[in-house]
Design a protein around this ligand. Structure first.
Ligand code: AMP
Ligand code: TRP
Length: 326
């Protein structure tokens, strides 16, 4: 069994793009691998957070992950700051990485937006991510394409330490989530659906109620030729809706196009509303149950204990190899 590790930031507005592009695959992976899913709260404080909101978002995301099917009996689900070794290993790795390689990270450059001074944590963010992964001897790390550079850095640092201090870390491989299945924003199909877009009708969030789902889909941008056809280049709006329809119904795009031959966009959108509402309702119901139960905290504490036992062993190996401590 391979060991799978991934980290998710505790943010709100998790949408159907996140679900189809990432969460569904996290669930599928847990049948044949030992999966560890971590809510990376220490990464999230590299930008300012409201303490009360952060705590809520940690529990929201944990409940949502379980609502989509991550099973804490099969997988370990825990909160990063509950296992102290993440920060401990990050320090050791920082001493084995270079400011030059960190300044080349495109995510840092984008988030820092050319300011002269940045929080040091924003700069060393990728090293904390490397620590997350290496602490658990992960073989596979499923992430979005935007994380490719961070995975490369993790591999470089792991190989560097192994060469200098002897076999210490498993060198992980990235598993890049289906880029072709990118879900685009409903109000602007030229842009990807995102958590942070100002217009809430640009996305369908997993916790939207039926009314909101209907509004957002009925408002979705299409085109004026009125023909339902899959052509992402010339008809990005309708093609995006066909993608969503296909993902939620399990039907092929060809079959959907045939089913709607001669119909207008309005009829197609109404049926899409139905299909998305039906797909999301059970997730939302399970979420409410899980989010409001005392079980949630117990599950996360238990996850932190199981994760901590693995982390402790790795950290001991690191300290031994580096000559740290007694
Ligand atoms: P985020 O935290 O929003 O960057 O997204 C978490 C994961 O969800 C990413 O690693 C992507 O694989 C996936 N994801 C985000 N947005 C989309 C989208 N619009 N379509 C498909 N997958 C997405
Ligand atoms: N940096 C990742 C993101 O923004 C989140 C993350 C933190 C992560 N630690 C990780 C992903 C470890 C995979 C493995 O999406």
């Amino acid at each position: 069994m391979a060991r799978v590790f991934s980290g998710v930031q505790p943010t709100g507005n998790i949408h159907i793009g996140n679900y189809l592009g990432a969460l569904k695959q996290f669930v599928e992976l847990q049948d044949e691998n030992q999966c560890i899913y971590c809510i990376v709260d220490m990464h999230s404080i590299t930008v300012p957070q409201d303490p009360k909101e952060l705590k809520d978002h940690i529990l929201d995301v944990a409940a949502l992950y379980m609502a989509v099917g991550i099973d804490p009996e099969k997988s370990i689900v825990f909160v990063q700051s509950d296992v102290a070794q993440h920060a401990e290993l990050a320090w050791v790795l920082m001493c084995n990485s270079y400011t030059g390689e960190l300044s080349r990270m495109t995510q840092f450059k984008a988030k820092n937006k050319g300011r002269e001074s940045a929080p040091a944590g924003l700069f060393t963010y990728p090293i904390l991510m490397a620590a997350d992964i290496l602490l658990y001897d992960a073989d596979i790390v499923p992430v979005g394409n935007d994380q490719k550079q961070h995975i490369e850095l993790t591999r470089d640092v792991a190989i560097r330490v192994n060469n200098k201090y002897g076999e210490t870390f498993v060198v992980p491989d990235g598993r890049f989530l289906k880029a072709g299945a990118r879900i685009m924003a409903l109000d602007d199909p030229g842009d990807k659906m995102s958590k942070s877009a100002e217009n809430k009708h640009s996305r369908v969030s997993l916790l939207d109620d039926d009314n909101k789902i209907k509004k957002s889909i009925m408002k979705a941008t299409t085109d004026s030729d009125g023909i339902i056809r899959f052509d992402p280049e010339n008809k990005p709006g309708i093609s995006n809706l066909l993608n969503i329809y296909s993902a939620f119904s399990g039907k092929t795009i060809d079959d959907i196009v045939k089913d709607f031959e001669g119909c207008g966009y309005g009829d197609f959108k109404k049926e899409l509303v139905n299909i998305v509402q039906t797909g999301i309702a059970p997730i939302r119901e399970r979420y409410e149950d899980i989010r409001n139960s005392d079980e949630l905290i117990r599950t996360l504490k238990d996850g932190a204990e199981r994760a901590g036992a693995i982390a402790e062993k790795t950290m001991k190996r690191v300290k031994d190899n580096f000559g740290l401590g007694l």
